[in-house]
Write a protein that binds this ligand. Structure first.
Ligand code: 13P
Length: 277
């Protein structure tokens, strides 16, 4: 089927009280492995293209690949720009066929974040795409696998109230001590803050930094109201693990098939965890 937006998959998540997985893809092979598993599991999902892939020149190419592969599937798939850096990048993604975009104004003042999110909403909604915004810092860096998570920068509840009354976003990512990359030890997630936010936020809530969050914490986050969980680092690491396992074969397809198998295993595990199966 054709790509759908987040607004088509969130009602499914809300009805079942589950989270829609958002898997970052960086290569054709990873996209194949992720999409195959989504179809096998019949799990409506989001395919995200992040800033590392975009720096590598793949914003349009990955969009074409995902659109083509998703077009042959029965399961709904959203193609989503992850951490859109500015309005120009959002427009590039919309022109390339993304059905959903994130505008990350979390480093800006609240007023500037509201302004750039408003601009994004106008453009994206005009072409039928959905929009995710962000409040509160999500620690770490998408391109590194380690970070300092000792000082979580929590989203402010009043900011959520002010932000969502000014802009009608389709999803809101919040910083509750979560981080991109792998956590050192058990993540320091503030579920008390997440509960306060869930009470006042009219938009579906998004948890970034899904790699390495233990199953019990994922379950708690979903119970509180998280409806989208992003996983990037673990997808990449599982692909590399598969490549490495067959590196001595020196055969391209033996290596990439091994990488795909590892990605499929990881994606299946996350889908089942996020859908509380
Ligand atoms: P991880 O790399 O920690 O899985 O985070 C993914 C993410 O939040 C992408 O936006």
């Amino acid at each position: 089927m054709s790509l759908v937006t987040m607004n088509e998959v969130f009602p499914i998540a809300e009805e079942k009280k589950i989270a829609i997985p958002a898997f970052n893809v960086d290569t054709l092979e990873i996209a194949q492995a992720v999409l195959e598993t989504i179809e096998e599991e019949n799990a409506p999902s989001i395919i995200a293209v992040g800033q590392a892939a975009i720096k590598d020149g793949k914003l349009e190419a990955l969009a074409s690949i995902v659109t083509l592969l998703a077009g042959k599937m029965k399961t709904p798939v959203v193609l989503h720009l992850d951490h859109g850096q500015n309005f120009e990048q959002v427009i590039k993604a919309l022109r390339a066929g993304y059905s959903s975009v994130m505008i990350d104004g979390s480093t800006l003042s609240l007023a500037d974040n509201i302004a750039v999110t408003k601009q994004t909403l106008q453009a994206a909604h005009a072409v039928g795409a959905s929009v995710e915004a962000e409040l509160g810092a999500i620690l770490g860096s998408e391109d590194n696998i380690s970070h300092d998570d000792s000082k979580p920068f929590l989203v402010k509840v009043q900011d959520v109230v002010d932000f969502t009354s000014a802009v009608d976003v389709d999803a809101l990512a919040v910083g509750i001590g979560n981080a991109h990359g792998l956590y050192k030890g058990r993540p320091n997630l503030d579920f008390g803050r997440l509960r306060e936010v869930a009470e006042v936020c009219p938009a579906p809530l998004v948890l970034h930094g899904g790699s390495g969050i233990p199953a019990d914490m994922i379950k708690t986050a979903i119970e509180i109201g998280i409806r989208k969980i992003n996983v990037a680092t673990e997808v990449r690491l599982s692909y590399v693990k598969g490549l490495n396992a067959e590196s001595r074969s020196e055969d391209y397809y033996t290596m990439t098939n091994s990488g795909k198998c590892c990605v499929k295993e990881l994606v299946r595990e996350k889908i089942r965890l996020f859908s509380r199966r």
